[in-house]
Design a protein. Structure first.
Length: 551
């Protein structure tokens, strides 16, 4: 009961609508939609109720991080889809297709093609070797402290960029629905995220992701069917309308409108393809099932749901061009779009189904964001508490109650960080920002994880220094890129000319890890190499995997 009293105090005391002392700014002139607000509030109440029911199952570390390992493969596959189909996927890709046409679909393709890599190379071995976090795998046979440090820092870097995208999408969505200033909207989302994770843990997060996935798939299916219906189920008419209405004309059917050069296209494609296998909040979901078989089933179901969804984004994106461009309600006299590009899917929902469907899709979009930010917050809290605090600072010896306190404090700090970054990066496209997170995941997490599982000559020095080199270089190039250096920081010209550095940083990390490991002649290197056979046996057979779960 005390924790729910605390929840009420947090919501009342931190909510800027209840007397906070900072300036709220000028309230947006957006038209208030009572139907949309009603559905939105119904979802919030329902998810808070789920959080209340889940709070009793999140007392232990296992319950908080992995829901006790009792989620089925089917449930976990749907939850993975719910976690993966983020604001970048729903709002961002549709906005990119709406703005750039065919070129925007590189995200749909890239997000999808990473899943066979996860299925065949990662999922089963990951589940057999780990316990709570990504770093549990890399620290299995390597020196735990340095490996957990680099893994945790890399994971947190990915999580930060991923959170930016979700917070920007959420802020713009609530701004449209309630007419609130953008900053206030971001703060509200941050408060809800903290409440879900602190009180409900992975169990609540899983059910929010399950519900959200079902609603999102249902909503996007209806949108795609209605788009085709309104364009007579005639593809030539459908694309003809899109070409005739879009300011770029026939250019939207050709590559080059969004990614102007081959290096950018290949770099982004590599990051999206390999980054999936390095996302800490997605990999963490494999610990919520009881064994490797259920992990494989999870990926199988997730791939099916995700593939179906990304096909729909193609239909909806071009449908938005056909139905919104040329409509004076949404387009200015000079042909520019009136609203925020990230909200194209919301505007299209109103055209397709009126205020009721607008309310439904708005609630689904908000559910999408909450499901993803909750998964990100748990993953980030795990990196801070389980990896850094317990296993680095406390040498693996820590009172479980203290670990949970640190975890919840870390969650609050991550929530505050997410709010601040969401405000700073207000004008970034949400799919683009997630692409930066994938660049880090593919350039650091994926090389370390893959080599740790499959290469017997990997050493602690190789993984640590090679990973650190990759992390420093990819973060530096991302900051110096046009998207951050120019658009966010306001400099006239970018130092690094490409928005996506993956084509340079992915090979760099692999080479650095390989060379440093080969040159390592330390006594620790001999231990690292000698431990590969035992690790490989457990990864292949699953024998001993049950010991990793703290029931």
């Amino acid at each position: 009961m005390k924790q729910w009293l605390l929840l009420g105090i947090v919501l009342f005391g931190c909510n800027p609508l209840f007397g906070a002392s900072f300036d709220l700014g000028e309230v947006s002139k957006a038209k208030i939609n009572p139907t949309a607000i009603g559905m939105f509030l119904a979802f919030v109440v329902a998810t808070l109720f789920i959080t209340y029911l889940s709070s009793k199952k999140s007392k232990s570390a296992s319950g908080f991080y992995t829901a006790g390992g009792n989620i089925t493969g089917m449930q976990n596959g749907l939850a993975i889809a719910g976690d993966y189909m983020s604001a970048a996927s729903f709002l961002g890709i549709i906005a990119l297709v709406f703005t750039n046409g065919f070129d925007g679909l590189i995200y749909s393709v890239g997000f999808l093609v990473g899943w066979p890599i996860v299925m065949f190379l990662i999922a089963e071995k990951f589940r057999n070797l780990g316990k709570f976090t990504f770093a549990d795998i890399t620290a299995y046979r390597l020196d735990a402290k340095p490996i957990r440090v680099i893994s945790a820092i890399s994971a947190l870097s990915v999580i930060v960029f991923y959170l930016i995208a979700q917070m920007v999408g959420a802020g713009q969505l609530i701004q449209v629905l309630f007419g609130l200033p953008y900053g206030v909207a971001v703060v509200l989302v941050g408060i809800l995220m903290i409440c879900y994770v602190v009180f409900g843990g992975m169990h609540a997060t899983t059910w929010v992701q399950l519900i959200k996935a079902v609603l999102l798939l249902a909503g996007t299916t209806f949108m795609a069917i209605m788009v085709l219906y309104l364009t007579r189920f005639d593809l030539s008419y459908y694309f003809g309308q899109a070409i005739s209405h879009h300011p770029k004309g026939e250019a939207i059917m050709s590559p080059g409108t969004f990614l102007p050069n081959t290096i950018s296209a290949i770099s982004l494609g590599l990051a999206l393809m390999f980054g999936t296998a390095g996302l800490p909040h997605i990999l963490m979901r494999f610990f919520t099932v009881k064994d490797a078989r259920e992990a494989r089933k999870s990926v199988f179901y997730a791939t099916g749901f995700i593939g179906y969804f990304y096909i729909l984004t193609f239909v909806i994106g071009f449908g938005a061009i056909a139905l919104l461009y040329g409509n004076t309600e949404f387009v200015n006299a000079d042909g520019t779009y009136k609203g925020a590009a990230n909200m194209v899917a919301i505007d299209l929902a109103q055209v397709l189904g009126g205020n009721i469907f607008l309310g439904f899709i708005s609630a689904v979009a908000f559910a999408t964001i909450l499901a993803v930010v909750s998964g990100l917050a748990i993953s980030g809290a795990g990196a801070i508490s389980h990896d850094l605090f317990v296993n680095v600072c406390k040498d693996g010896k820590c009172d479980p109650k203290l670990e949970m306190r640190v975890t919840k404090i870390a969650t609050i700090l991550i929530g505050l960080c997410a709010v601040a970054l969401g405000i700073v990066f207000e004008n970034q496209n949400v799919a683009f920002t997630v692409g930066l997170a994938f660049a880090i995941a593919s350039s650091v997490n994926f090389p370390i994880l893959l080599l740790c599982i499959y290469w017997k000559n990997l050493t602690t020095k190789g993984a640590f220094w090679g990973g650190l080199i990759g992390l420093v270089v990819v973060l530096t190039l991302v900051i110096l890129s046009p998207s951050i250096w120019v658009k966010s920081f306001g400099f006239a010209e970018a130092i690094f000319p490409y928005d996506h550095p993956g084509i340079f940083t992915i090979p760099l990390t692999f080479i650095a890890i390989y060379v440093i490991s080969k040159l390592d002649r330390s006594s620790r290197a001999k231990i690292d190499k000698a431990g590969f056979e035992a690790q490989d046996f457990r990864a292949q057979s699953g024998i001993g995997a049950s010991e990793a779960i703290d029931h």
